[in-house]
Every structure is written in C-alpha cells, then in structure tokens.
Ligand binder design. Structure first.
Ligand SMILES: *[C@@H]1O[C@H](CO)[C@@H](O)[C@H](O)[C@H]1NC(C)=O
Ligand SMILES: *[C@@H]1O[C@H](CO)[C@@H](O)[C@H](O)[C@H]1NC(C)=O
Ligand SMILES: *[C@@H]1O[C@H](CO)[C@@H](O)[C@H](O)[C@H]1NC(C)=O
Ligand SMILES: *[C@@H]1O[C@H](CO)[C@@H](O)[C@H](O)[C@H]1NC(C)=O
Length: 394
C-alpha cells in the first residue's frame, strides 16, 4: 500500500514537472528568455588560486555558528578572532553551470558585446533572469532587448554548479574562475553561434562585483568594461570591501543542511538566511518592493560559504591600472555595502580612488532600492541606466 502510494506521488510530481515545462523554461525553474537564443553549458574550468585555509573547528550545529557570528561582529574581532590559518596554493577543476543568450533580434552589432554576469551571495544565476514577472525583474531579458549578449552562471557552491566544501570555496578560487571564463568567452567558446565577441563586460552583484573587480585589479587587460552593482567603498582612504562586520548577523545565518533536506549536498560550511525576514532585512527596502517578489527571491535563495564572506574582506580591489569603462552602482538604501544610506558613501570618493585610469567612471545610486536592486520596484529603470552606460561606451 505504502509502495503504491509512493508510486502515485512520484507520478503526480512528474506530471507537475511536465506541466511546468515549456519551450522557454527548463523544468526546474531556470528560464530561457524568449527574446534570446540561449544555450546551457556545463563548463569544466581549471584554475589556480591562492586561498585561505579554514583555521577553526568546523560547525557541528547552530550554536557553533552563532558563536562564529559573535566573534566576527565584536569590535576587537581583528585582534582576538582568527578563523583563517594562512594561505595555500590550490589548482583544481570546477564544474560550472552556465547559460549564454544572444538576442534573437540584433541591434547595431551590440550582440558582440558579451556581458559576463556573476551573482552575489545568497543567490544563483536566476538573480539575473527571474521567472517571476520577467518583464519587471529580469536583467537578461532587458539586456537582450537592448541588443546585448549575456553569459550568466551559477557560482561554484550554488545552483547546478559543483558544490565544493563551504570551508574551502572562497573569493580567490572564484576570481580565478571568472578569469578563465572570460578567456574562454574571448576565444568564442560557450557563445553559441555568436563566435568571438568584440568586447567583454563583467557585470556583478555584491560578492560577484567584488570578485569581478579583484580580477581586473590583478589582470586589468582581461576585459573592456565592468558594471559593478551592489557595491560601495567606505571612502577614499578606506578601500576595504566591507566595513560592516554584523552582516552575517543580519542574515541570521544558519547551517543550510540542518534547515532543509534541499541542501543535503552542502556541508556545514554553507549557511543560509535564517528566514525570509532576514533576507528582506538585508536585500529589500520598504516601500520599494512587492512581497511576492521577495517571496520569489526567497524561493530561489542559495546558501553561501562562511569562508566566502571571510575571504572577501582581504581582497585587493585597487583597479587603477584598468583602462576600460567602469560603472559603480548601488541602491539608495543598501544596508550591506553602505550601512543603509549610499549618498554619503558614494560621495566619499572611494570609487574615484580605485579607478584612476578608467576611460570612464559612471557612479549611479538607484532611488529607493535596497541591496537586491534586481528584485526591487523599478528594477527596469536600473537596467536602463546600465544599458545607457553600455550604449555610451561600447
Ligand atoms: C524571438 O523568439 C521568440 C520566441 O522564440 C519569438 O516569439 C520572436 O518572434 C523571435 N523574434 C525574432 C525577431 O526572431
Ligand atoms: C604560491 O605560488 C606562488 C607562485 O608559484 C609562490 O610564489 C607562492 O610562494 C606560493 N604560495 C604558497 C603559500 O605556497
Ligand atoms: C574613512 O572611513 C574610515 C572607517 O571605515 C574612517 O576611520 C576614516 O576616518 C574615514 N576617512 C575619511 C576621510 O572620511
Ligand atoms: C526608475 O528609475 C529611473 C532611473 O533612475 C528613473 O528615471 C525613473 O524616474 C524611475 N521611475 C520610477 C517610477 O521611480
């Protein structure tokens, strides 16, 4: 009887999956914009990086996690808490799940500008291609409509990409991965029928922006442009990636695999938002969002590795050798990178101090928005500012 019931349930699930499938969406919620010609890839990336070694016991339970959060957040953390124990060179091969889309209606050769998009902590590549109201929340749909091609992928540890240990997977190996992806795209690999692009622009959100910037800081010739969203620098003399140590507290970070069986393939180094309110607290701002958009964002949220956050703090972001075009942007009320108010942060001169050699530097603060600009109201107004920057420079 129990067996029969299981079969019936399985059949029902497969029917539901089947019913959801359509030419424009995979059966698992990943979506191909209808205004593009899109191809999914599983890219094998070999990369070498110098990463940190986790230096304290791994987490058994959430008591260990909250102790970790407390030690990071305390005011004398740098002196008394040492969760990392030195560095190590790592060469590895990473499996990266990606989508490339080129517009099915081209515009003045702009399809030869490929946007290489890297999402931030808490998401996977669906941050760029929402299946909830894509006309309002999908950057990829918007960019395709304006004629640009987009390569977007799940960072390792998220979505359909390889899940490394959450005590290993960090900014440094991911910077190396962005670099290798950029080289492959340059060579015309993973670009469908487009062939070799004329230009590559790194587009990032948050952690994806910091890592994209760290790449051009070390390899300034690797791409022609950067669009860094959800990013800010404390001021012209303090260029640290993040000045707020309480961010993981605000996430109410909890061990993902103890929260839901959905995360069985992540070890205890992967933490997740404690609940939707913690997510909204750090990524959204009233009255600039609709609750269903926040619920969708929560439904696609992904755990992040504890060491990703730690490794971010030590990145060298000095991009003064970069000669391409740069856009630096955040939401007006971004709590994570601006402490909840970006006007004064942006007027601190941090971006100007980082991009002295750039041929253009556009700074833009999106009115009303929090950290997760792509899921706020008027996200298309934000995308419009990005494509305006691209139109002016490529
Ligand atoms: C682009 O693709 C969509 C869906 O496949 C189709 O409806 C549309 O007509 C196509 N546009 C062009 C210009 O080919
Ligand atoms: C990593 O490799 C670089 C280049 O080969 C070398 O200079 C450096 O000392 C190595 N670092 C470690 C920690 O082994
Ligand atoms: C820059 O920010 C740091 C804190 O992040 C502060 O100590 C310093 O005084 C600030 N400098 C200026 C010029 O505002
Ligand atoms: C949306 O953002 C754009 C770009 O900043 C702005 O011009 C427009 O007024 C905004 N629209 C609304 C309704 O806030």
């Amino acid at each position: 009887m129990a067996g029969l019931f299981a079969v019936a349930v399985l059949a029902a699930i497969s029917l539901i999956k089947h019913a959801k499938a359509s030419p424009t969406s995979n059966d698992d919620g990943y979506r191909h914009p209808p205004n593009g010609v899109c191809t999914d890839y599983c890219v094998e990336v070999s990369a070498t990086s110098t990463g940190y070694v986790w230096g304290i016991p791994t987490f058994k339970d959430n008591y260990d996690v909250v102790e970790f959060l407390t030690e990071i957040a305390r005011k004398d953390s740098a002196e008394v808490f040492h969760p990392l124990s030195g560095v190590k060179n790592v060469t590895d091969t990473y499996e990266v799940a990606a989508t490339f889309c080129t517009p099915n209606k081209t515009k003045d050769g702009k399809e030869k500008v490929v946007l290489l998009a890297t999402h931030g902590l808490g998401y996977d590549r669906r941050y760029w291609a929402s299946s909830y109201k894509p006309e309002d929340y999908s950057f990829v749909d918007y960019a395709l409509d304006k004629g640009y091609s987009v390569f977007f992928y799940d960072r390792v540890g998220t979505g359909k990409s390889e899940k490394l240990s959450g005590y290993v997977n960090q900014a440094t190996n991911q910077i190396a991965i962005i670099g290798e992806l950029a080289k492959s795209i340059r060579a015309g690999k993973y670009t469908g029928n487009l062939g070799k692009p004329n230009s590559i622009v790194l587009v990032g959100h948050s952690f994806g922006s910091y890592t994209s910037q760290a790449l051009i800081a070390s390899q300034p010739e690797i791409v022609e442009g950067v669009v860094l969203t959800g990013i800010a620098y404390p001021n012209a003399t303090d260029l640290a990636p993040l000045s707020f140590k309480w961010i993981l507290e605000a996430f109410a970070s909890r061990i993902a695999n103890q929260q839901s069986a959905q995360w069985h393939d992540r070890d205890t180094g992967y933490l997740n938002f404690g609940d939707i309110y913690a997510h909204v607290n750090t990524f959204f701002k009233q009255p600039n969002y609709e609750v269903p958009a926040a619920e969708y964002a929560q439904s696609i949220a992904q755990p992040f590795a504890a060491i990703e956050f730690l490794s971010l703090q030590a990145l060298n972001l000095d991009s003064n050798s970069f000669k391409g075009a740069a856009m630096v942007t955040a939401g007006q009320y971004d709590l994570i990178v601006c402490g909840g108010e970006c006007e004064s942060t942006f007027s601190g001169g941090g971006a100007q101090a980082m991009f002295k050699g750039a041929r253009t530097l556009d700074l833009y603060i999106h009115p009303g928005a929090g950290h997760g600009v792509n899921f706020g109201l008027n996200a298309t107004g934000f995308y419009g500012q990005i494509t305006k920057f691209l139109d002016a420079n490529f």
